[in-house]
Design a protein around this ligand. Structure first.
Ligand code: ADP
Length: 161
């Protein structure tokens, strides 16, 4: 496994899969979800409509349509409530996404900082969970990119890696 931290827009990346921090309807939203749907085009929403939503901590895969990425893995992060469950669910997002990546012969995957936008997860805590969980897959032949939209997140990931 190779892990890299990148600053920028996840929709522009040329990787096998990008991960979407979606909401449970999978029918689009703001933040990174809105950006991915805008960049992928209407066909992405049409495929998402067939999926019947997604539970918090789980993940579903679609094609990438107009994106360079072949796939989008949609996962639903927890809304932060400062409960023990939050970290379990956030960890589960990374695990569910990696499980789909391994099942679908994906060898490069880019993650946004799930739950750290509108869902309010403290960035430092969320980045720690992301890195710790992803490192459990270090035996696999996969490049993992942590994509940061802001300098704070970029700094946090770089300190951890
Ligand atoms: P959530 O609802 O899971 O909190 P958000 O989309 O609100 O999801 O935010 C998740 C993270 O994605 C935030 O750190 C936000 O800054 C970042 N983000 C927003 N747009 C993009 C983008 N185009 N590429 C990468 N990261 C993005």
């Amino acid at each position: 496994m190779n892990i890299q931290v990148i600053k920028g827009d996840i929709t522009k990346l040329d990787v096998d899969a990008i991960v979407n921090a979606a909401n449970s309807s999978l029918l689009g939203g703001g933040g990174v979800d809105g950006a991915i749907h805008r960049a992928a085009g209407k066909e992405l929403l049409a495929e998402c409509r067939l999926l019947g939503g997604c539970k918090t901590g789980e993940a579903k895969i679609t094609k990438g349509y107009n994106l360079k990425a072949k796939y989008v893995i949609h996962t639903v992060g927890p809304v932060y409530h400062d409960r023990e469950d939050d970290s379990v669910l956030l960890e589960s997002c990374y695990k569910s996404s990696m499980a789909l990546a391994l099942e679908n012969d994906i060898h490069s995957i880019a993650f946004p900082a799930i739950s750290t936008g509108v869902y309010g997860y403290p960035k430092d805590k969320a980045c720690k969970i992301a890195v710790k969980t992803i490192k459990e897959y270090d035996k696999y032949d996969i490049d993992v990119y942590f994509v940061c939209f802001d300098s704070e997140t970029y700094g946090l990931y770089n300190d951890l890696i």
